[in-house]
Design a protein around this ligand. Sequence first.
Ligand code: PGA
Length: 263
Amino acid sequence: MTLFVAGNWKMFASRAGVTQFVESLASQWQAAPGVVPVVFPPVGYLAQLQAELASKLPGSVALGGQRIHPEPEGAFTGESSASMMLDLGASWVLAGHSERRNLFGESDEMVASQVQAALTAGLKPVLCVGETLAQRQAGEAQAVVGRQLDAVFANLPAGQGFGQSFGQGAVAYEPVWAIGTGETASPAQAQDMHGFVRERLTAMDAKLAEVPLWYGGSVKPENAAELFAAADIDGALIGGASLAATSFWQIIEQAAGLASAEI
Ligand code: PGA
């Protein structure tokens, strides 16, 4: 069993902070079999983070970008492409984080083209989905998440192996009401939605049955273990608690405990 522990640093970083994070993580690090840690820093810090990890924690932490533009290059001021992320050391990229959807108006179609661009370039996408509080209260949570999944998977060109290549990627369920609010979905609420996502993906393409499903929304050392214990939770996407090396490491340690118990 593999568990993913991913830190989304959002727009929090500095050169000194990167150095301190890596030094602190390296000083606490122990073998964590069965765990894949990933950090998604702001794009400008990818290369520094990669270099410092390579010298102090070689081969231990993968890197990802927070978003890409779907085109490989062009006159798109302020944007970065999938191949640029790869060039800077990333192997993963988030697509459709709720902050991108809600604050920057990214549509399902835009998210779908980012996922396709990532797959084409050989970057593993993390498709983020999740409902708002109003949508949950209106009983629409599954309909919203289902639509967000369909927008990507149902429209992937048939016969091009996308189902297969997406097997390398992940889906992150992040209820918007749990992001940065301190409020976490209960393991039962998260498992309910993860079960729904698993079913939906499997119905679309049997090759999608094994896609790792990450949960995000106020994951911290205090609640990580109970979330990881749920049947269909294969990882966590962590914002606030990933900024400090100590809490990030504590979550990795808990994941390692569970992963090795189930190997
Ligand atoms: P949070 O953020 O852990 O601070 O709630 C999660 C995310 O937005 O990915």
